[in-house]
Design a binder for this molecule. Structure first.
Ligand code: ADP
Ligand code: MG
Length: 307
């Protein structure tokens, strides 16, 4: 299997409701997601990320287009395509009276996993809920509920795991635990697709990234290539408290940071650092210390989703 997911010409229009007009949430997306990767789906609020994920999960019906999951066409082989994917939704939807163990057993039943093939205890251990296995779900903390949702997505041992904003609003310990789990599952061969608001997290976790905006695919590239595409670098200078800088070469922009240092951003394709430093030294600006900063995913994201 080379592609875990193949999406062609995917469109979704939500019908008009009451005063709300019809909404074209996906406007013809083509996307192939390689098997074995950790793939990031990014985009501003309302871009269409959840719509796409919910279509993959079989929770939202597409308007048109083709979706193939692990080689199974979603319309022609709904059962097989559903069996290949597990989704951890963003909302905490669970039955308050089921214990984690019961929730996992019920979920396994829904997916038709025979008793002998269930791995409930291993899953509880994987997400650190062994001690709470028989507690009421309503007595679990928010973080524990999220971990249970992850376990639920895994009951049928899917080849593909989809996480919609898995770390939105969770504390740092849980975030680290989630990412550790995700890395381990990926190392064991699982394809991971995730959306996240934390661009730094996407930068660290994802092999490849697709950015969507207003229902359209803006770009899709390996993370390293995406980071290399901005023509921006930043030179950070300690000038010992100098109040202002002289005029800089065309293309360079200076701003004063809270710590008193000047950050000069410039396009490395057109300007070299020594040209900037020459301009400063020509005006007798002292340079006590210099650091450089590369563009990060945040810069790329802002550049690509600016309207
Ligand atoms: P994202 O997850 O990227 O924030 P969504 O897929 O949730 O974006 O939403 C994309 C667009 O579709 C938004 O404009 C949103 O308001 C609209 N939308 C989402 N779900 C529905 C729905 N059930 N009915 C009508 N419009 C919806
Ligand atoms: Mg969303």
């Amino acid at each position: 299997m080379s592609h875990a997911i193949e999406i062609e010409g995917l469109r979704k229009t939500y019908a008009a409701q009451g005063n709300a007009p019809a909404k074209e949430a996906l406007k013809g997306i083509d996307l192939a997601i390689p098997a074995g990767s950790i793939f990031g789906l990014l985009g501003p609020n309302g871009a269409g990320k959840s719509t796409m994920i919910n279509i993959l999960a079989g929770l939202v019906n597409k308007t048109s287009g083709r979706v193939s999951i692990w080689g199974f066409d979603q319309d022609r082989n709904p059962r097989q395509s559903r069996a290949a994917i597990g989704v951890m939704p963003q909302e905490l939807n669970m039955d308050p009276f089921f214990s984690p163990r019961a929730s996992l057993e019920v979920q396994a039943g829904l997916y038709g996993v025979p008793k002998a093939e269930r791995w409930t205890d291993e899953l509880l251990a994987l997400v650190g809920l062994t001690d709470q296995a028989n507690a009421y779900a309503r007595n679990l903390s928010g973080g524990m509920k999220r971990r249970l949702l992850l376990a639920k997505a895994l009951v049928h041992r899917p080849q593909i795991l989809v996480l919609d904003e898995p770390t939105a609003g969770v504390d740092i310990t849980l975030r680290e635990m989630l990412w550790q789990n995700v890395r381990r599952l990926n190392e064991a061969g699982m394809t991971i697709i995730l959306t996240t608001h934390y661009l730094q997290e996407a930068e660290q976790m994802c092999d490849e990234i697709a950015i969507i905006n207003h229902g359209e695919l803006v770009i899709r590239q390996p993370t390293q290539q995406l980071l290399a595409r901005t023509d921006r670098k930043t030179l950070v200078l300690d000038t010992g408290g100098t109040a202002a800088l002289p005029p800089l070469p065309e293309g360079a922009k200076a701003e004063r940071r809270a710590d008193g240092r000047f950050a000069i951003s410039y396009p490395p394709s057109r300007l070299r650092a020594d040209q900037l430093i020459d301009a400063l030294r020509g005006a007798s600006v002292p340079i006590l210390d210099v650091a450089t900063e590369e563009a990060d995913l945040e810069d790329v994201f802002v550049e690509l989703t600016r309207n």
